[in-house]
Design a protein around this ligand. Structure first.
Ligand code: IVH
Length: 697
């Protein structure tokens, strides 16, 4: 057998064996006889012996039986799957174009071309082709790690299984969706068999793709549009539109409403055209995506933490409906915020049944904005009112308006509680804060539970089999009171396994899978740990930023200790992190400064093995870990681009020169910073010197 043929055969065997494995272990429905399975496995091993360097990362030889019973295998995306920033009106589109020009240092007269195409309302999927053979399909997941749905993708007709004349490595990305007609028919079939029906085509598509049994996926008519790519061994084209044409030529379905536009005006004109066509398309779209056409410029623009600078989604306006407000509940969040939730008579808003909506806060119910001005003309919201519900995309629906002509005589103004409904502690409202907060801290059961729900959530510890429902149950049973308890669950209950497996909904298998899943997460990246702590104002992007800045848990912990008085060099250093503000920094330091909270965090960390944060792709970068300051005028790129590029290469960019500075990049007109650098003996480069230093990195 030739090397080429062996490679293809190994890819084929990997697929068959993975499928057979999945069918056997997850579905208890073997597809191959044991003898056939063993035969294929031996063939795989033999080929690997003959061509050891062709052995695949997902080789069946390395797989020892059961994949996690609770779900799909995980796949780390080689290029993250990002989301898009949103535009809501024409002004946002103009602003998108101006911000690109500003970043690239291009005047309004330089021509720039954009693509405009429908934003498909489905779920994104990444398809990996090696030597023209489909070898892997992964959902987006959290953007960096998705689920392995290879077997399912194989059942989708729109997805080519082999490609001709494709780059050796090609990852094609696009949207899996279901047409309106197929959705209606599926719901009818489901109803007829007493199965579950779906709220909308997107849920139906997601539910159908994420089936452990690929046979079920096969019976659901899913479709796929290609609109992007991940890793590539060679470029597809020089432009976005060229790349899409190439994908079409390779056999992918691409959207025919994609158009090249020469200005923001042409973009919003095409948006209007797509909006008019929307109802007749036969599938759901929720906006229009604009992308800068020139791929070299896309590359220069790069990414913010989770979105590209070169693309934006122009969303369609929200949908509205009217219904009765049956009650107002108060929920207590993980930071103690008391949030009013409207209980509504169920109503369909844009195809989705809505029975809860947010009322934001006390002032919002009273008809006031955060500055004491009127909203809704000062109309308050009362239980019994006829209210307008507003829903935009995935956002939580909200109560937007009240019809006073239909207000019942008996309706009374809503009295917002001044104490926590869960623990009866005072719930004061700090000056300048729009919300009341429970002062109970760790004694408030609602805060404790919400903190732990956040802790196990997808972007945090993401523990398989431990979701919101289980956290609530375990908390009520007194099994866990804080995150650290999750990791001592098994030891504290030597017979915990037994107890758990005797509970409703748990069996021996799921109990041991849970303890395994918990153990797997002891090894956790610093950023996830920090985000998991659920500190107010410290979201996912901020956590990643802080983790990169300090690198290790010990360094972070020590810095928080040193910064506790909110002054001094360590505090200045923290506030100086790009994107950090005094509010976020204060909240972070505050959490570590509270004795009980810090002790709880320490108990948690003692159970973990925290992975230091390292910048990706900075291997071989000559400036990784160095602190760089830019000063004076840059002529080949804007300051924003210079900074983003330096950061991508692992450098820290600072605004002021100090003993910690490694390199000063000084353009014409550099003043006091250059002087100070000279005094401190810091290496100083001009723009060309800097560019040649990072050239090729
Ligand atoms: S481009 C790096 N194009 O929208 C940007 N996304 O809100 C890659 N989506 O996660 C995305 N239609 O699932 C792009 N024509 C389109 C799209 C599209 C739908 C989805 C995609 C993405 C989400 C972002």
């Amino acid at each position: 057998m030739t090397r080429e043929a062996a490679k293809t055969e190994l890819a084929r065997l990997a697929l068959i064996l993975a499928d057979a494995n999945a069918a056997y272990h997850k579905l208890d429905a073997p597809e191959l006889s044991d003898a056939d399975f063993d035969k294929l496995k031996r063939r795989n091993a033999a080929l690997e012996q003959q061509f050891p360097d062709l052995k695949r990362r997902d080789s069946a030889s390395d797989q020892v039986g059961a994949a996690p019973a609770s779900g799909f295998g995980k796949i780390t995306h080689s290029v993250s799957m990002l989301s898009l920033a949103n535009a809501f009106d024409d002004a946002d589109v103009t602003e998108f174009d101006s911000s690109i020009r500003k970043y690239l240092g291009m005047g309004a007269d330089v021509p720039l071309t954009y693509t405009a195409e429908p934003k498909i309302d489905g779920l994104s999927l990444s398809l990996r082709y090696e030597d023209g053979v489909l070898v892997q399909a992964a959902t987006r997941g959290d953007g960096s790690v998705g689920e392995n749905v290879t077997a399912n993708a194989f059942t989708i007709e729109d997805i080519p299984k082999t490609l001709e004349n494709a780059p050796n490595l090609l990852e094609v990305r696009g949207e899996v969706y279901m047409s309106h007609a197929d959705f209606e028919a599926l719901n009818m079939r489901q109803e007829a068999r007493g199965g579950k029906t779906f709220a909308n085509p997107r849920n139906a598509a997601a539910g159908s793709l994420r089936q452990l049994d690929a046979q079920i996926t096969k019976s659901r008519p899913l479709r796929f549009f290609a609109y992007a790519w991940g890793s590539l061994s060679s470029p597809l084209a020089e432009t976005q539109s060229g790349a899409i044409e190439r994908l079409a030529a390779l056999g992918f379905a691409t959207n025919e409403l994609t158009k090249l536009c020469q200005s923001p005006q042409e973009m919003v004109d095409h948006y209007a055209k797509i909006q008019t066509a929307r109802s007749a398309l036969g599938y759901d779209i929720d906006g229009v995506v604009y992308k800068l056409n020139d791929l070299a410029l896309q590359e220069r623009l790069g990414f913010r933490s989770t979105t590209p600078r070169w693309a934006i989604a122009h969303k369609f306006p929200a949908e509205l409906a009217w219904t009765t407000l049956e009650g107002i509940d108060i929920q207590v969040g993980r930071t103690g915020a008391l949030s009013p939730v409207a209980r509504l008579k169920p109503v369909t808003v844009g195809g989705v049944v809505v029975s809860n909506a947010t009322l934001h806060n006390e002032d919002y119910i009273a008809g006031l904005d955060s500055k004491g001005g009127e909203i809704r003309g000062g109309k308050d919201v009362r239980v019994g009112d006829f209210v307008q519900v507003y829903r935009a995309g995935d956002v939580i629906p909200k109560v937007a308006d009240v019809d006073l002509t239909r207000r019942p005589d008996s309706a009374q103004p809503f009295e917002f509680p001044q104490t926590c409904p869960e623990c009866q502690s005072d719930a004061p409202r700090e000056p300048g804060d729009a919300v009341r907060r429970c002062s109970g801290g760790l004694i408030c059961p609602a805060q404790a539970v919400e903190k732990m729900k956040h802790f196990v959530s997808r972007a945090a510890f993401d523990i398989d089999g431990l979701g919101a429902k289980q956290v609530e149950q375990f908390y009520l049973d007194g099994w866990i009171a804080e995150p650290a308890d999750i990791f001592t669950l098994q030891t504290r209950y030597g017979t915990g396994m037994l107890q758990l497996k005797n509970r409703e909904g748990w069996g021996e298998k799921s109990a041991s899978a849970l303890f395994q899943a918990i153990d797997d997460k002891r090894n956790i990246p610093l950023a996830r740990l920090l985000f998991g702590l659920g500190i107010r104002h410290v979201g996912e992007a901020a956590s990643a930023m802080v983790a990169l800045h300090y690198g290790t848990w010990d360094a972070l912990d020590q810095a928080m200790e040193e910064a506790r008085d909110l002054e001094g060099p360590t505090w200045e250093d923290l506030v100086g992190i790009d994107g950090m503000g005094a509010v976020m920094a204060g909240s972070l330091v505050g959490a570590f400064a509270q004795e009980a909270e810090h002790a709880s965090i320490k108990r948690l960390v003692a159970e973990l093995d925290v992975q230091p944060a390292i910048r990706a792709d900075t291997n071989g970068s000559p400036v990784a870990g160095k602190t760089v300051v830019f000063t004076g005028t840059l002529e080949k790129m804007t300051r924003a681009e210079a900074k983003a590029r330096a950061e991508r290469l692992g450098a820290k960019v600072s605004g002021s020169v100090s003993a910690k500075t490694d390199i000063l990049v000084a353009g014409p007109g550099a003043g006091s910073k250059a002087k100070k650098a000279a005094e401190l003996g810091i290496e100083t480069l001009d723009e060309d010197g800097w560019l040649s230093l990072i050239d090729g990195a």
